[in-house]
Write a protein that binds this ligand. Sequence first.
Ligand code: BDR
Ligand code: CA
Length: 311
Amino acid sequence: MTAPPLPVLIDCDPGIDDAVMLMMALAAPGLDVRSVTAVAGNVPLRLTSRNARMICELMGRSDVPVYAGCPRPMLREPVTAEDFHGETGISGLDVFEPDRPLAPAHGVADLIARLRAAAPGSLTLIITGPMTNLACALVMDPGIAAGVREVVIMGGADVAGGNITPQAEFNIFADPHAAAIVFDSGLPVTVLSLDVTHQVRAEPARIARLRSLGTQNALRMAGLLGAANQLEGRWRPGMNAPMHDPSTIAWLLAPEIFQSKAARVRTITRPGKSFGRTAVREAKSGPHRWVTHADADAFFALIEGLMQDTP
Ligand code: BDR
Ligand code: CA
């Protein structure tokens, strides 16, 4: 008997790699995507929420409702990342206005409503942007934690060092106060940080294999990864783009291709050169799981498997 698909809520800021993550999630028979919430991050909310709807439509999944969440971080001034994603947030894809409008509620209200209605420990949250939406939801209604099975995030860095400052990774730096609320909540959070995403890169041979699948969406994904490489190369000559956000989906679908350790993670919110850094301490009792290694070839084989049956 095959297990029923895992019910998940996705919170993101598309973003090229968020778009690839969404394509994987929407193609995966093992995942039941109940809703997508967008947050301000790589580009402003108006664009992240449009980009999320575009991907749902291209994947033939306009049935998945997309909600707009928080338009800015909790406390700090907004930061964006057009340098790595383009002005539209989704360089490599022609933008259009999707048919299905935004769902008529705030993203934070959607998170609260779905977690409140969920059976205890049943919903998995995937977060690939600043954690503003979940932090707001936890402040407004701490009881929602009971509905959570696992929170899987892309964010933070330990041994790899930062990507927006020498110590901080973008998603945490863009809203460290929200990250602190989530990490300090006691929720079981699995962290796919730069330590692991820098091990899996969109090498040209891997993109070529994806393109050779020939489906429209495999071609689109190859286009996105090609654009990500061009932008990455502009700032870090000779480097291919790391597979940041897609690592959350790979973790859920194929945890055996990763290595991880139980840990306790704190976020540095004190102003100064460590602002936005994640401090990681190994801790048998968790409540966090810090992913340390990935098998990059198995990661791309998983993506190819997902994309070969897409429209
Ligand atoms: C993270 O920052 C964003 O630019 C990417 O979408 C990813 O979520 C990597 O640091
Ligand atoms: Ca992202």
